[in-house]
Design a protein. Structure first.
Length: 129
């Protein structure tokens, strides 16, 4: 809501914001999946030209807020195959918080194994400030 407020207070905002809340994230993303079905209908009905979608996840800032919130410019894992992993909880905004040092060592060792063996973590480190 703070992003919407700041945008609305701009002198000459470069367009509009369409706010869409998607509840039920932790239950197989039921809210997001339903929104994906409804959004094209809503856009046609209201003659909207949707240019981008930004997921502002307020939970991702685990500090005092001075670094800003995480802005996810994509998503992964909603309906993809998954693996059962035992460890400590970590949020998608800070996925490396759930890894231990042994995983980091294996990643560094794999870097020297040839082309195609070094894969980046599928999240950005972009912060709204």
């Amino acid at each position: 809501m703070a992003v919407c407020t700041q945008f609305a207070e701009s002198a000459n905002p470069p367009g509009n914001i369409f706010f869409l809340a998607v509840p039920d994230e932790e239950n197989n993303s039921a809210g997001a999946r339903k929104a994906a079905q409804a959004l094209p209908f809503i856009a046609r009905e209201r003659d909207l030209d949707l240019a981008a979608a930004i997921n502002l996840d307020a939970i991702a800032d685990d500090g005092d807020g001075s670094k800003g919130r995480i802005i996810a410019l994509g998503t992964v894992g909603k309906l993809l195959p998954t693996a059962y992993v035992i460890g400590i909880p970590a949020h998608s905004g800070f996925p490396l918080n759930g890894l231990n040092a042994a995983a980091g060592r294996r990643h560094r060792q794999a870097r020297g194994m040839g082309a195609g063996t070094d894969r980046p973590v599928p999240v950005g480190d972009w912060h709204a400030g």
